[in-house]
Design a protein around this ligand. Structure first.
Ligand code: FAD
Length: 480
């Protein structure tokens, strides 16, 4: 039985570990943090639960291969999946529009809001329907070609969006509400195709949320790994992979312990792998290119969580404008308010929790990471974010004023410290127009028994791409 050592217990690492065990290998996961899950996590604060991750999980439609993958990985729990009626609602100047799970309902709503945009709305909905039939993520075998590549450019409904960013697709609408609805969800620089695939995923019941949300899902996957005989060590930060000739022979921890390995699967941020564990010269060329390509970019976000007494005054995710004086000099023009009333255990009876999130681009994220090293200034900045976000929440829901309390603030520096992701980015590269991201192999040239498994192998990352990278890496080490 050969021994596979996996570095990192995020979704990629757990998926690699489970697959290695199912392939008959011995598997050990080394995780630097005190809990497994990586970005797929949440934390308890003063009787409340703060969820960090799942907004939608691609692969919740039981008819898809991705769902089968999640089942094999133990990700779907007994409580099942929550299928929200809307993925998000965008509000502007007292009007609102929601992304419904029913594409026809969405079409009718958009046309009723702006009859002048009927042609453009029909074009968008046609593209959403066409995208539903192309499932680019359902690839579990190494060497399988991507359905997206085959399908998108040959599909008349989708091809025009290949050339556009979400901002350009939005500009085709006359109504500012519909424009914001299109441009403000993933940000205006994101490729329009990416946005259409999110709409299509949600409208085909393939973007639900496992009940219990992020930390529960990570816990289930970790339990699946250990129940199959895998060994998971937390508080085990890897310093380097020891290499002899063209093979890795062991993994060395920061505390000096050394673990022998027949195969090594680094399942963490490429910056941690190629900046610390093995030399930068080993980074696969295709991955390196993405770091410098203008078509790909990185992002992160700032968050705050608030508690209040009474009922949540809105449902799901609500995107509202971020007034100029509350932007704190940052570029984000909107903020997402997110509520969790569906999860009763997230707040004490009679109380609720609402989280805010606004995106940061790569420069802004990097600045937060640097600021995070200065404890005092960073604490002040977090306090300012909390105050600004409080004003944002109250500008929309003044009735919460008597009981609204700040629970937590976290930023790209948190992600950098938590998962060692460079610049605090937590999704892989976002992509702009004229891009159909392909899957980068985890093979590392010059090393026979080291295979990378990370969401960064396919933009825009996310949980299914991380899981897929893990499954594929373990299959590669097993010669599949
Ligand atoms: C706010 C937010 C919202 C999100 N929303 C969604 C969503 O709705 N849908 C979706 O699909 N995705 C979403 N994501 C993205 C998703 O969480 C990530 O794509 C995914 O978790 C990445 O998994 P990973 O295993 O590749 O990496 P990570 O989660 O980064 O895991 C890497 C692991 O490696 C460990 N590690 C790093 N260095 C070392 C070392 N030296 N030694 C040992 N261990 C190490 C880290 O501690 C970490 O546990 C969201 C993320 C965030 C933060």
């Amino acid at each position: 039985m050969s021994k596979t050592v996996i570095i990192g217990s995020g979704v990629a690492g757990l998926s690699a570990g489970i697959t290695a065990l199912l392939n008959g290998d011995e598997a050990v996961i080394l995780e630097k943090h005190s809990v497994p899950g990586g970005n797929l996590t949440g934390w308890d604060r003063g009787g409340y639960h703060v969820d960090n991750c799942i907004h939608w999980l691609t692969g919740t439609n039981p008819l898809t291969k991705t769902y089968k993958m999640w089942e094999t990985l133990g990700a779907i729990g007994k409580r099942g999946i929550y299928y929200p009626e809307t993925l998000y609602t965008y509000e502007k100047d007292g009007r609102s529009v929601s992304l419904y799970s029913d594409a026809e309902r969405l079409r009718r709503r958009m046309i009723s809001l702006s009859p002048a945009d009927e042609k453009e709305t029909d074009r968008l909905i046609r593209a959403v329907r066409a995208a539903s039939s192309l499932c680019g993520i359902d690839l579990q075998k190494n060497g399988e070609r991507c359905a997206l590549h085959r399908g998108v450019l040959r599909c008349p409904a989708l091809a025009p969006y290949y050339f556009m960013t979400a901002g350009e697709a939005a500009a085709r609408f006359r109504d500012p509400l519909l424009r914001g609805f299109i441009s403000e969800f993933l940000t205006e620089n994101f490729g329009a195709l990416g946005l259409i695939f999110v709409f299509a995923t949600f409208c085909s019941k393939n973007g639900g949320i496992p009940r219990g949300t992020s930390r529960d899902m990570a816990g289930r996957m970790a339990a699946r790994f250990t129940s199959l005989g895998g060994r998971l060590f937390t508080g085990a930060e890897v310093a380097k992979i020891r290499i002899r000739g063209s093979r890795a022979v062991s993994v060395v921890l920061e505390d000096g312990r050394e673990i022998r390995a027949d195969h090594v699967i680094p399942a963490c941020d490429p910056a941690a792998v190629f900046g610390k564990m093995i030399g930068a010269e080993y980074m696969p060329a295709a991955l390196k290119k993405r770091y410098v390509s203008p078509s790909y970019f990185r992002f992160s976000s700032c968050h705050a969580a608030f508690t209040f007494e009474g009922k949540v005054p809105f449902k799901g995710d609500l995107i509202i404008d971020l007034p100029g004086d509350l932007r704190g000099g940052m570029r984000a023009k909107t903020v997402v308010l997110r509520e969790y009333s569906r999860e009763r255990s997230f707040a004490p009876p009679g109380r609720g929790i609402v989280q805010t999130m606004f995106f940061c681009d790569e420069d802004e994220s990097g600045r937060f990471v640097s600021l995070g090293r200065d404890t005092e200034r960073y604490a002040e900045e977090k306090k300012r974010i909390g105050e600004r976000m409080r004003k944002v929440v109250l500008s929309r829901f003044p009735e919460l004023a008597p009981s609204l309390g700040l629970l937590d603030v976290w930023t790209p520096a948190t992600y950098n410290g938590f998962t060692a992701s460079e610049a605090g980015t937590y999704m892989a590269f976002a992509f702009s127009s004229k891009t159909i991201p392909s899957f980068t192999s985890g093979r590392i040239r010059g090393l026979d028994n080291v295979v990378l498994a990370t969401q960064w192998q396919r933009a825009p990352g996310g949980l299914p791409n991380a899981a897929l990278a893990g499954v594929r890496a373990a299959n590669l080490t097993a010669g599949r």
